[in-house]
Ligand binder design. Sequence first.
Ligand SMILES: C[S@@+](CC[C@H](N)C(=O)[O-])C[C@H]1O[C@@H](n2cnc3c(N)ncnc32)[C@H](O)[C@@H]1O
Ligand code: SF4
Length: 447
Amino acid sequence: MYNNYFPVTYYFYPLLDLGFDVCAESQNFLQALDTPTPGNVETLLYVHIPYCQDLCRFCPFHVRVDKDFSVYERYTNALCTDLKQTAESTRGASSTIQAVYFGGGSPSVLSAEQLRRIFETIYASFTLAPDVEISFEGEPKSLGDPARLELLREMRVSRLSFGLQTYNQNLREAFNISATLDDVENVTRRARDIGFDEINVDMMYNLPGQTLADLDRDIEHLLADGYDSIDYYNLHYFAFPPKFKREMATGKIPAKPSEPVMLALFEQLRAGLSAAGYVNVADQVYSRKPAVCEYFRLLWAGGYGEHRAETLAVGSSARGYIDGVAYMKYGNVNRYMDGIEKGENTVEKISRRLSRPENRGAVMFPKFLSIKKQHDAALQTIPKSLLAQWTEHGYVYETATEYRISERGKLWTNNMTTDLFEAVQREIGDRAVIALSEKAGTRTGTF
Ligand SMILES: C[S@@+](CC[C@H](N)C(=O)[O-])C[C@H]1O[C@@H](n2cnc3c(N)ncnc32)[C@H](O)[C@@H]1O
Ligand code: SF4
């Protein structure tokens, strides 16, 4: 049924499409902020810190490298103001936060003192669930600093995550990854010594020139290091700058693997991680525990066909979702800080509302690799003929309580996701993919 791999992995739905200033959805959004959170809604607080020490060449996110570190102080102040304002909105004040996620960029570039102020603002302003999951993402060099790790432990961070990407030294250099493998070893050892018992790493496959033997070497190292969970991403090539692409074309940097090799790499990594006891708990996520972390569960609508979970977004380029619309705050950091200091609303983009909100639960089905039959409203948004085709091609199978994506289906989750989109969303997505393929080095700030 599917012959060509759809090149984009979506993490948010509905898709951003409209400028906040000029669209009717803005009014609905502002009204929702003034309305208490309904009792059946679970809430994630997402805090974005867009700075990095250096720019990895593959990275599509809204990232800034600022050698003048005084800007971190200004950003910390803006973020604390944003946190307080979000918490004081009727929506924020009536939410119990189930999970907090610090994402970026690399939040660990802020100093321990700046991070302390941010955490203290969160604790003072929001109601957190007693078993709240607090995840903190960093890059290995700055995250390995003992003062920062001690602070994160004191602030009850329950889950640390950092980008490892690959153990291949040549590729690390070609990618301009500033953290060394020694930094990776340091942060892992220190975090364990300090008592963090959940460490997640980000890895990538489908790397330039990668063979099955290369992948085996990465997996062997990874298993020896024994992380608690692994996000293993298929490398997207959109963000590579034109020079990197030219070097791939001339052979200075090895070429992107062919599609059959990429699919074989993916099968091999799933088999390798599964044999080592990791459960494939969600698309691209492998964990020693049999459940996906709360961060992903809530970011992706609540899970397994649920569509109600909301995300309150704080920080430049942070993405959120409330009352049926997805939104993004100002992507330009200076504009964001100016806006916060002037007391402006700093939402830049917003999505159209779905005609059936339950469709969000269906679109996230391939992420969770399963949809429960009890979420019938979500299931009803999947065309019967599509489900029948997927079953016929062995991508999906049925149990008494759910539909599940098969091992074969896992190769095609990107394609399946877009096939679940409502028609208007599909058009928005198609336009974005064309724009991405036409312009090398496009920074999407994720999808
Ligand atoms: C926001 S980064 C967070 C980690 C941290 N900044 C670091 O790099 O150590 C999230 C992850 O997205 C993944 N990622 C970045 N660029 C990607 C790309 N072009 N294709 C696929 N995954 C990518 C990387 O694995 C990266 O660690
Ligand atoms: S991958 Fe991580 S460290 Fe590298 S530029 Fe992107 S956010 Fe920064």
